[in-house]
Design a protein around this ligand. Structure first.
Ligand code: PYC
Length: 414
């Protein structure tokens, strides 16, 4: 390995293989155009090729792959949702994540840590109990645990939360809760899709969508027009820009979500700890950094600006929970965009526009859905019919008042 590293470092010709090819020319026509080169879009391209043999596919990314929500989250994977629809969906994602490194031949450092959702009141404990029961019914490993169990597993935690907040009454404990390297997930799917014939075009923005007689006819890009009958929008926080091109109305609102990491520390926090009442979640990455975030910024905005307010607020909650990290320095912070739905479930599948498919409404929980969203959107596009696992998430639920209320399973209160 050191020899290879040296060869790589000293070579002027960059002897390492690129992760994926960079086609110079955008073709005139594709079977499928995917807007958005994040994890979801790339996963859809990969599964279209692998599961359905659809390889005449272009992924169009206005920036660089994985530069949006995929690279701006806190990389938590779990399936301890509240509704049966949510639990089944995320459980499939967990299974795909577990096999990712083997299937895609790329180590995403998938690490099962155990996930605690702390309850600071009897009412919150009741919700956690409800989640645990739904989870167990569907075969997901989740249970309510006592404050003593939490303290034994995470000895550094202050169960009295500094004496200023309500003490911890218990938690929902979900042993399969995991973290992963989020950028590697995008690269793995990009390489897998590229090897099977899909084209990935970075620095290529879609400027309009051509619709004729209620059906998709192509996309206009800043590199010219591309004919296609099938378009998938997988752009998370930019979804309302894309749907505006089609005239499709959605109930999405966009909020920023901020996160930060500390300097690297020796390993001490093995679990993922979430407190809905303190509006925070924290885990320790394989590099030793504490990766931590909060709830949405409380205003609609399309901006990836970070704020000092956020660091101050989040640090206050973190110190109440873990007084031992008082001297730890914050290393960097960032913001991402969250496309929020009224019921906190995604919008997925077919739409009233023939050939236009939506993968949106990911709010603050999109990273963990990357594999399953790719797989189910690929099957939906290939068959032009919603995959069984996502029928409940179709956009039509809003006019039919068939909401899938998942707010109780969001990471923190928003
Ligand atoms: O849904 O687990 C989650 C999550 C963690 C951080 C933001 N959302």
């Amino acid at each position: 390995m050191p020899h290879r590293l040296l060869k790589f470092g000293l070579s002027k010709k960059h002897p390492e293989q690129r992760m994926f090819s960079a086609p110079s020319r955008l073709r005139d026509e594709y079977d499928v155009v995917i807007i958005g080169g994040g994890g979801h879009g790339l996963a859809a391209a990969y599964y279209l090729a692998k599961d359905h043999g659809v390889t005449n596919v272009a992924v169009l990314e206005k920036g660089y792959i994985g530069g949006g929500g995929t690279g701006r989250n806190t990389a938590i994977v779990r399936s301890n949702y509240l509704t049966p629809e949510g639990v089944r969906f995320y459980q499939e994602s967990v299974e795909l994540f577990r096999d990712f490194s083997r299937e895609l031949n790329l180590n995403i450092f998938y690490s099962e840590r155990g996930h605690f959702t702390l309850a600071h009141s009897p009412a919150s404990l009741r919700t956690q109990r409800w989640r645990a029961e739904v989870n167990k019914q569907l075969g997901v490993d989740s249970r309510v645990v006592s404050p003593e169990f939490i303290k034994e597993t995470v000895p550094e935690i202050d169960l009295q939360v500094g004496g200023k907040q309500s003490p911890i009454h218990g938690a929902l404990y979900h042993p399969p809760g995991a973290i992963a390297r989020h950028d590697a997930v995008a690269w793995g799917y990009a390489r897998g899709a590229d090897q099977r014939g899909a084209e990935i075009h970075q620095q290529t923005a879609v400027t309009d969508i051509e619709i004729r007689d209620g059906a998709v006819a192509g996309v206009h890009t800043d590199r010219g027009f591309v004919k296609t009958r099938k378009v998938l929008s997988a752009v998370a926080g930019w979804t309302t820009h894309i749907t505006a091109m089609t005239g499709l109305r959605t109930p999405l609102v966009i909020h920023p979500l901020q996160a930060m990491v500390t300097e690297p520390l020796k390993p001490w926090l093995n679990a993922i700890v979430v407190s809905a009442s303190l509006h925070l979640y924290v885990s320790q990455s394989s590099r030793g950094e504490l990766v931590t975030g909060a709830s949405l910024d409380p205003y609609e905005l399309i901006s990836m600006r970070s704020t000092l307010d956020f660091v101050e607020g989040l640090s206050t909650g973190l110190l109440d929970l873990f007084p031992c990290i008082g001297d730890v320095r914050v290393m960097r912070q960032w913001a991402g965009l969250c496309d929020m739905t009224p019921d906190f479930s995604p919008i997925m599948g077919t739409t009233p526009i023939k050939g236009f498919y939506l993968d949106a409404g990911w709010g603050t929980w999109g990273f963990k859905a990357t594999p399953v969203s790719g797989k189910t959107m690929a099957s939906t596009i290939a068959a032009d019919r919603d995959d069984d696992l996502i029928t409940a998430f179709n956009i039509s639920r809003f006019e039919q008042f068939k909401l899938v209320g998942e707010k109780g399973a969001a990471s923190v209160g928003h």
